[in-house]
Design a protein around this ligand. Structure first.
Ligand SMILES: [Zn+2]
Length: 336
């Protein structure tokens, strides 16, 4: 599979919990003595991936049915090193991803306090560093996820860790997880401000579902450089104007949105993307997790082309925006 001739690409929105080859996850789970709910590899692969025949009712389902298990398997320094390493190398081999930003929530990988957060993060960084030495064309960075299931006090601990390892390859922070009644974006604003002041990039999952109020608050008050999804903005012309004015770039994940029933069908996806293009909203094309959704950046591009959602020129433009909006900067060819 010679991919050397494909255009160099960047992917900014990938979750580690959805990005690792099931074969690797299967072996890691066994090596760590994790008792899996299934005994046949193919049942396992079926459990942690979603083909076109599968759909979640929403992102809550996705979190419960898929991430719970992948996060458990990744909950050790050994697993973190190996999985991060595999994703970055795989992205280069499969899609010529010369720039990758990979995200995960460390607190979802410490077995509720049993494991040490610093070692989880350091192992991830070491896996990334190893991959960047092996694949010297690649620049990568890790985005540390806060999570809507945690309190501001818990997420504050995570922000401090992100800042501590900034010089080692942590490039930004994000807020992850499905909507929760207990979660307050306002209560997290000071944490995000603190991360930004320390020099980290900000991207926030917002407007993936219909929570327009939260998206408005994120755009107007948090003012991140990027927003994960941001789909709800199509319903608000003024909000799209603000996104454009502030130079915020949306990270779109088309297949993920369809599989998670966030977008009803291809026609709705087309309307959303065309509305963004018509309103001058800049966005990037991502997988959200190539293995879980059995996709890749190249497959996402092909899908958008085949469905007449975007043309070649528009797709190339998105890739240019991805390189520009990245928190890590690409290195010159071949330099380590
Ligand atoms: Zn996401």
């Amino acid at each position: 599979m010679a991919q050397r001739t494909t255009t160099p690409r960047a992917e900014l929105h990938t979750h580690l919990g959805a990005a690792v080859d099931p074969v690797i996850m299967w072996t890691i789970a066994h090596r760590q003595g994790i008792r899996l709910p299934v005994k046949d590899y193919w049942d396992f692969e079926d459990m942690i991936t979603m083909g076109p025949d599968k759909k979640n009712r929403g992102i809550d389902d996705m979190d419960k049915n898929y991430y719970h298990l992948t996060e458990l398997i990744q909950s050790s320094p050994e697993a973190m090193e190996e999985t991060v390493h595999s994703v970055i190398g795989g992205g280069y081999r499969k899609c010529n991803l010369v720039l990758q930003e990979l995200r995960f929530a460390p607190m979802k990988r410490n077995r509720t306090g049993e494991r040490d957060l610093d070692f989880i993060i350091l192992a991830a960084l070491w896996g990334m560093r190893r991959a960047m030495i092996e694949y010297s064309q690649v620049t990568a960075g890790l985005i540390i996820g806060l999570d809507r299931t945690f309190t501001p006090a818990q997420n504050a601990i995570t922000v401090e860790k992100a800042i501590r390892y900034k010089t080692d390859g942590i490039v930004g922070v994000d807020i992850l997880g499905p909507d929760r009644d207990t979660f307050s974006m306002e209560a997290h604003a000071p944490l995000l401000k603190h991360a930004r002041k320390a020099g980290l990039g900000l991207t926030v999952h917002a407007g993936e579902t219909g929570n327009l109020e939260e998206l408005r608050y994120v755009v107007r008050t948090i003012r991140p450089e990027r927003i994960g999804h941001g789909l709800a903005a199509v319903k608000d012309q003024k909000l799209m104007k603000d996104i454009v004015k502030q130079g915020i770039v949306l990270e779109l994940c088309p297949t993920s949105n369809l599989r998670n029933s966030v977008v009803k069908d291809i026609a709705e996806l087309r309307t959303i993307i065309r509305t963004f293009i018509d309103n001058g909203v800049r966005f990037t094309i991502n997988t959200d997790g190539p293995e879980m959704y059995r996709t890749s950046v190249i497959k996402e591009e092909k899908f958008l082309l085949a469905q007449n959602i975007m043309n070649e020129k528009e797709i190339a433009q998105c890739m240019e925006w991805a390189f520009k909006a990245a928190f890590v900067k690409p290195k010159e060819n071949g330099k380590k």
